[in-house]
Ligand binder design. Structure first.
Ligand code: APR
Ligand code: PHB
Length: 404
């Protein structure tokens, strides 16, 4: 067994683990990442695509914004299509100039991996049997890679290993509480090298169910349809997908829609999930390991980023100022923001999707709520300020700025 020593052992190299690694590196704090998949698998995963301004700022602090600056598309508004009519939410004018950036999570991951490689930081890909031990006292991690056994002794373990990871599962049952809501439908998503139907995202509420027109660039589109959980990807030929999308769009968008062969097609279930607390002794949970949101509000990646902002700041405070204040406050601070994003994602999901169980009355109330939101500046502002991202304060942001 080979013994390794480090300050922070990060489990998982999704956006949360990679971003934490980069921020710790910038601050001169020793860490390693242990990932069960191959680097190729991690780099190829296709997921969300909208960054809040605070997430963009954090990537800048981490020094990985070059590609983002070149290829990210700033968006100042979104469209909501309901009853066959499009309504624009002017995000920027409703939020004192804030915006979001369209930039794929796949690209964020690749940029962070490239920065990591350039800095020659240690990542154990294709690790098997990853286990975390003794995190209330002397934390350590064991795993095997290529038949070699490793033990990592560390001060802290960062559980950035996603919803199905080992970290949350290792917490004793009586120390953790989880909150969950599973939705009775999924999103069928496709990626296609065709220009987007519109310059801005269109969120579609229709009698046939929800749809979303999104993009990755001016030449690559990402579209989603609400589908029953019983549907399989094989049930959906490209032709059937495009036909159904057209059925849910307004006439003008239908005419503008450019179709083409899909380069990816998958179905994702929708879930709301929160773990409390997010710290257990020297173990911290961050990102999808601690919470899941349905994708309707585009909050998943952004919440992972805000957890990491708090966690990196707390660890920097611990090592540079010998203070455990940030560490002690980590869970509470994260959860405040997490629950607000959970509420927003749940609300957007509720408002825009068809639920089989809803009565005619429920539907009328929902339509009235949507009409109110769209017809009132106060209503639109509520949506806009949540969509662009609620603010958070980070103690060591200046340290990070100096380091970058
Ligand atoms: N040991 C090591 N690594 C593991 C283990 C394990 N036992 N289990 C899971 N992992 C790895 C996964 O292979 C994955 O690479 O942890 C990583 C977790 O990454 P993500 O699932 O992308 O989670 P996170 O980094 O928190 O990113 C959150 O992903 O799902 C989206 O909407 C979500 O955008 C958000 C983002
Ligand atoms: C995406 O482009 O994948 C996307 C955009 C907005 C969402 C969800 C997903 O709300």
């Amino acid at each position: 067994m080979e013994i390794l020593n480090t300050k922070v052992a990060i489990i998982g190299s999704g956006p949360a683990g990679l971003l934490l690694g980069q921020l710790l590196y910038k601050a001169g704090i020793d860490h390693i990442i242990i990932e069960q998949r191959s680097s190729e698998y991690v780099a190829a995963r296709i997921r969300a695509g909208i960054l809040e301004q605070v997430s963009v700022d954090l990537l800048k602090q981490a020094g990985v914004d070059e590609h983002l600056n070149q290829h990210g598309l700033p968006h100042h508004g979104i469209e909501i299509l309901t009853a066959g009519e499009k309504h624009r939410i002017d995000l920027s004018s409703l939020t004192h100039g804030k915006q979001v950036t369209v930039y794929g999570q796949t690209e964020v991951t690749k940029d962070l991996m490239a920065a990591r490689e350039q800095a020659k930081l240690t990542t154990f890909y294709e690790s098997n049997d990853v286990q975390i031990h003794d995190f209330y006292d002397k934390p350590h991690v064991t795993f095997t890679q290529n038949g070699q056994q490793y033990q990592v002794q560390c001060d802290f373990i960062a559980g950035c290993d996603g919803y199905h990871g080992v970290c949350r599962a290792s917490v004793p049952q009586d120390k953790i509480k989880t909150f969950e809501k599973v939705y009775p439908f999924g999103w069928l998503g496709i990626l296609a090298d065709v220009p987007p139907v519109s310059d801005e995202l269109i969120y579609v509420q229709s009698e046939r169910g929800f749809a979303l027109c999104s993009m990755r660039s001016t030449t690559r589109s990402r579209y989603y349809l609400q589908v029953p959980l019983t549907d399989k990807v094989e049930d959906w030929s490209d032709e059937r997908f495009w036909d159904e999308l057209k059925n849910r769009l307004d006439e003008q968008s239908r005419e503008n829609l450019v179709t083409g062969p899909s380069i990816e097609k998958s179905i994702a279930p929708l879930r709301s999930f929160v773990t409390e607390p997010m710290r257990f002794g020297q173990l911290f949970l961050a990102g999808d390991a601690a919470h899941i949101v349905p994708p309707t509000g585009a909050k998943g990646l952004n919440l992972a980023a805000s957890d990491i902002a708090y966690l990196s700041s707390a660890l920097i405070e611990f090592y540079k100022e010998n203070s455990s204040k940030g560490i002690d406050e980590y869970s509470e601070k994260c959860l405040k923001r997490v629950w607000k994003a959970e509420r927003f994602s749940w609300w957007m999901t509720h408002l825009l999707h068809r639920f089989e169980t809803e009565s005619d009355f429920d539907l009328k109330i929902k339509q009235a709520e949507l009409a109110y939101i769209l017809g009132s500046e106060a209503g639109q502002t509520t949506l806009a300020e949540n969509y662009v991202g609620l603010p958070y304060e980070i103690k060591n942001m200046d340290d990070l700025k100096q380091a970058s």
